[in-house]
Design a protein around this ligand. Structure first.
Ligand code: FE2
Length: 154
């Protein structure tokens, strides 16, 4: 249980940093894909906010202690905070992919640990999150803009 409490707090910390990073890009995205990426980041930000609340409340249901201070989230997170600056479409895709991979890896570890502990509430919820990450991975792959494969005019 203690182990799972710590892993869930690390995950909660990463969700919070990722959520701020997505909001940063929602505000600061620039370039020809502005509208699509502004809307997509807005949707992802809302989904992350729901997940943050769900994870913290699931921890409370299990008599665990969720972190609840921004400074604690930054300390516990393994995802780096992004600078406040302009982000083009390549930056946005790279940041999504990197943060998403970290969250997915952690979610798998938590699901496995919860299964070992016979904690079905956490295991089932994280199974659900893993399905969402798999869908997001597919969407990112489908949207991938290859900067090395741009056709040049003669
Ligand atoms: Fe907005």
């Amino acid at each position: 249980m203690a182990n799972l409490n710590k892993e869930l707090n690390n995950y909660l910390a990463n969700l919070n940093v990722m959520s701020m990073n997505v909001r940063n890009m929602h505000w600061n995205v620039v370039g020809p894909y502005f509208t699509a990426l502004h809307l997509a980041t807005g949707k992802i930000y809302k989904a992350l906010s729901c997940q943050i609340d769900e994870v913290a409340e699931m921890m409370k249901m299990q008599k665990m202690e969720p972190l609840a201070r921004l400074s604690d989230f930054v300390d516990a997170a393994t995802i780096e905070e992004l600078e406040a600056r302009d982000y083009n479409e390549y930056d946005v895709m790279d940041n999504f992919a990197a943060g998403g991979q970290e969250l997915m890896k952690q979610a798998q570890e938590i699901r496995d640990q919860a299964n070992d502990d016979d904690n079905f509430l956490v295991a089932n919820k994280f199974e659900e999150y893993l399905c969402c990450y798999a869908k997001m991975e597919w969407m990112l792959r489908a949207m991938k803009i290859d900067e090395n494969n741009v056709e040049e005019d003669d």
